[in-house]
Design a protein around this ligand. Structure first.
Ligand code: FES
Ligand SMILES: [Fe+2]
Length: 360
């Protein structure tokens, strides 16, 4: 080992790059698969019932459906035990999920209820679905891939104090697909230096890139960073102002961004990033605001954020497929303190040096 390599080992005890599929720990967190509104209850023409959804989390294909319109959501691995058909090609009828290949049926818990070819014969022991833990919070459907036998989730779905506070109205925004790692998208969202440049056609100004301060600290859930970012406008409004921003990253991929403007307006962004596989992710976003629909229509807020997400996507989709953890792989300047702590905490997560709720 060279002196340079030895030095690197002492400064960075972990993998150089983060590849999600190499680390089972990521299966132990909650991720969003869809909004509750994505789960239609209307039968689809051409199917014999309501269409379930196909989703992918950490390279695992899932089927998501609501067996009973008044009941909770169900999630299972998207593969039929009979002949491996994707269950998401089937339909939901009479509170049962039906496979499109040979019509086997299961209830909300994944128990086999019907094998139509010989309905009176016993059901094979392995015919049930492989269920996945699911929950509904913030108008979103969450899943955790780790089974109870594997230890289940290591952290709860993050608490959002503003969600039940009547001072805040809710603006669901939908989702955007990114051809980049989930880590790249988190890093981008806590990177105050990119705003002036990537968002030069919306709220950034390359002639006004200077930052006045930047603070970042560890928290039991991950990290928090706070800073002031000069911007050229806010949703539906032109005119330079300053965003006082507090950004929480609940490791690995959930963010709670609180923005306060000088006139007191509060704007929270819930950003739930789901790793689809090693190279792509999807962000589900919900905004909470202290103003009213009359003050600023939700349509303006959605249109603004749609443009902003596409500006980030345009750049992030072109980044390398692997996310660097080791410090020597990039150059870092003063504005990169957030990113450096994030990379260090991902390293600690995959090497077992940090777990959610651990003291700092
Ligand atoms: S493959 Fe699903 S019922 Fe045969
Ligand atoms: Fe951005």
């Amino acid at each position: 080992m060279t002196a340079l390599q030895e030095n690197r080992v002492t400064r960075h005890a972990g993998p150089d790059h983060l590849v999600l599929s190499e680390h089972p720990v990521f299966r132990h967190f909650w991720y969003v698969v869809c909004s509750v509104d994505d789960l239609t209850t209307e039968p689809e023409p051409g199917r014999r019932g309501v269409a379930p959804l196909h989703r992918r989390v950490l390279g695992t294909d899932l089927v998501v459906w609501r067996p009973d319109p008044a009941g909770p959501v169900s999630v299972a691995h998207d593969r039929c035990a009979h002949r491996d058909a994707p269950l998401s090609m089937g339909w939901v009828t009479g509170c049962h999920l039906v496979c499109a290949y040979h019509g086997w049926e299961w209830d909300a818990d994944g128990t086999t209820k019907r094998i139509p070819q010989f309905p009176d014969s016993p059901h094979p022991t392995k015919s049930g679905l492989t269920m996945v833990a699911s929950a509904e919070r913030y108008g979103l459907v969450w899943v955790c891939l780790a089974t109870e036998a594997e230890g289940g989730p290591v952290a709860g779905i993050p608490e959002v104090a503003e969600w039940d506070d009547p001072a805040w109205r809710r603006v669901p925004e939908g989702s955007w697909d990114f051809d980049c790692t989930a880590m790249h998208l988190v890093e981008n969202n806590i990177d105050p230096g990119h705003v002036a440049f990537v968002h030069r056609n919306s709220f950034g100004n390359p002639d006004n890139p200077e930052l006045t301060d930047q603070n970042v600290e560890r928290r039991p859930y991950g990290l928090v960073t706070w800073t002031d970012v000069p911007v050229e406008g806010r949703p539906g409004e032109d005119g330079a102002t300053v965003r006082h921003t507090w950004s929480q990253v609940h490791l690995p991929f959930f963010m709670h961004l609180l923005i306060r403007y000088p006139d007191g307006l509060g704007h929270v962004m819930l950003k739930a990033i789901t790793p689809v596989d090693d190279r792509s992710c999807v962000i589900h976003q919900v905004v909470l605001r202290t103003d009213t629909e009359a003050d600023r229509p939700a349509a303006d807020i959605r249109a603004f954020d749609h443009q902003v997400e596409l500006e980030d996507k345009d750049l992030l989709d072109r980044l390398p497929d692997e996310f660097p953890l080791a410090q020597h792989l990039n150059a870092h300047a003063k504005a990169d303190r957030n990113s450096l702590l994030l990379r260090r905490m991902y390293t600690e997560l995959v090497t077992g040096q940090w777990t959610p709720g651990a003291s700092q």
